[in-house]
Design a protein around this ligand. Structure first.
Ligand code: AMP
Length: 470
């Protein structure tokens, strides 16, 4: 099967060809025809399956070939992609630009933690496709700087993670700003009941597609547990990296603080390392990721949320310095290695505190992981477990509680109080500025980063949003 067999137009086929991909991945084979047909979609697919092209290609084709469903006086945003993290938003918008380079469609990425003014300026121009994280999008809605009344296609990417991060209320707020008549695509790695209920309310007779059940991924990856004492983990990690001559390793910790400490410790020991987590500035995160991808940084230490959506091809080593609370996160973490058939190795350093977590993981992946005791690092048989530090993922706010307190979502700042966005699903947000009807410019090169330097008009100063501990 080729991309042409999926019914894609020549402009998209040409762009795909230039990326070097010749065969659509299973999610692309299943999702593209459904989306092209205008149907809603519920897709079980995680990062690494090619899901981004799976929705981006048909999305671009729909916008190119169909007249706007909700035309306004001026050109309006027609497609909205919501993602949980800045990194994923950037990557998705990159794909939009890559695949849309021969189409006359414009795109923008929007997330928090960066100056809002260039985004506001960009929103005044023609924009077809917006890729955004929910927090900053609602900031714009609250300030009346965005018109979502023209959205005819909505994508929720990594919906499970958005729910984990406490975004459910934000998502529902965004939904209330959109016209009722639209096509909806929901991508999620897992289908907990909360996702099912979100999907139920959102999707209209969706086609359901599912690829790479987590266990299949897991089986491809060499997994190993090193039982070790809590305080010996760092020394063991150093030994593994040095003796194994690992040149590129992604290490997961449970907390931001732990990530910082470990990265600093490794760096001091002569192993170049940096940490990424929700407390780091956008530029620091991008720098660390860039260095790591370019192979100039040997170790990237990350928390689960910060690492989510990071797309690094064929990562050879993943280390669970601490096990995650949720078995599904283990699957996501180790899915970073062994992609596209490449061999990969996932190592977990497990101390006495984590035995229950390990048992939960083994039950979930239906596999007993090989245990290897490293000579010189034998765990103390009399060690007593200590309670683990509290879960690092923010919980969704309780009913009736305003969001934005104690949440860490990597979105940076936003106002503590928000304008009431929109009415009952009729797209009542209003642009305060005219948006030019200029139809020049294509999806290539219209990102939010451009347009910096536009003067600020008026803005409430956003109250800092406390971040959690991821
Ligand atoms: P995603 O699951 O969207 O994050 O994509 C994972 C990786 O697969 C990315 O590096 C894509 O560039 C790559 N990819 C997407 N589609 C294909 C394809 N048809 N063939 C090979 N690689 C692909």
């Amino acid at each position: 099967m080729s991309f042409a067999d999926l019914g894609l137009i020549p402009e998209l086929l040409r762009a795909v060809e230039e990326t070097g991909y010749t065969t659509p991945t299973p999610i692309q084979q299943q999702a593209i025809p459904v989306v092209l047909a205008g149907r809603d979609l519920l897709a079980a697919a995680q990062t690494g399956t090619g899901k981004t092209a799976g929705f981006t290609l048909p999305l671009l084709q729909r916008l190119h070939t169909q007249k706007p469903l909700h035309p306004g006086q001026r050109a309006r945003i027609r497609a909205l992609v919501l993602t949980p993290t800045r990194e994923l938003a950037s990557q998705v918008e990159e794909s939009v630009k890559t695949y849309g380079k021969y189409l006359n469609l414009s795109s923008m990425v929007m997330f928090g933690g960066v100056n809002i003014n260039p985004q506001t300026a960009r929103l005044r121009q023609r924009l077809d496709i917006l890729v955004a994280t929910p927090g900053r999008l609602l900031d714009h809605a609250g300030q009346g700087t965005i018109d979502l009344g023209g959205v005819e296609l909505l994508v929720l990417d990594e919906a499970d993670r958005m729910l984990d991060m406490g975004f459910i209320r934000d998502i529902r707020r965004v939904l209330a700003l959109l016209p009722k008549q639209r096509q909806n695509l929901l991508f999620s790695a897992t289908f907990a009941s909360e996702i099912r209920s979100l999907a139920h309310g959102l999707l209209d007779s969706p086609a359901e597609v599912s690829v790479t059940p987590p266990n299949t991924t897991v089986e491809r990856i060499g997994q190993r547990v090193y039982p070790v004492d809590r305080d010996a983990k760092k020394a063991l990690l150093e030994k593994l990296i040095i003796d194994g001559q690992w040149s590129q390793v992604l290490v997961f910790t449970r907390t931001k603080h732990g990530a910082n400490r470990l990265a600093e410790g490794l760096d001091k020991a002569g192993i170049p390392a940096m940490a990424i987590h929700g407390n780091k500035s956008q530029s620091a995160r991008e720098k660390a990721l860039g260095e790591f991808k370019a192979n100039r940084l040997r170790v990237l230490v990350a928390t689960d949320i910060a690492a989510r959506g990071i797309d690094i091809d064929s990562l050879p080593h993943v280390v669970n310095y601490e096990l995650p609370n949720v078995p599904e996160d283990y699957v996501h973490r180790i899915g970073r290695t062994g992609r596209a058939g490449a061999g990969g190795e996932a190592v977990s350093l497990v101390c006495v505190d984590e035995h229950k977590l390990l048992a939960d993981i083994e039950r979930t992946i239906k596999l007993k992981i090989e245990k290897v005791v490293m000579p010189g690092f034998e765990p103390d048989p009399n060690a007593k477990p200590e309670p683990l530090r509290k879960p690092q993922q923010p919980r969704p706010p309780r009913q009736g509680q305003p969001r934005g307190h104690g949440q860490s979502n990597g979105q940076g700042q936003r106002p503590a109080t928000q304008g009431k966005p929109g009415g009952q699903g009729q797209g009542q947000s209003r642009p305060t500025q005219p948006r030019s009807g200029n139809s020049s410019g294509n999806a290539n090169g219209n990102s939010a980063g451009a347009g910096a330097g536009a003067p600020a008009r008026r803005r409430r100063r956003p109250a800092p949003r406390p971040s959690g501990n991821v």
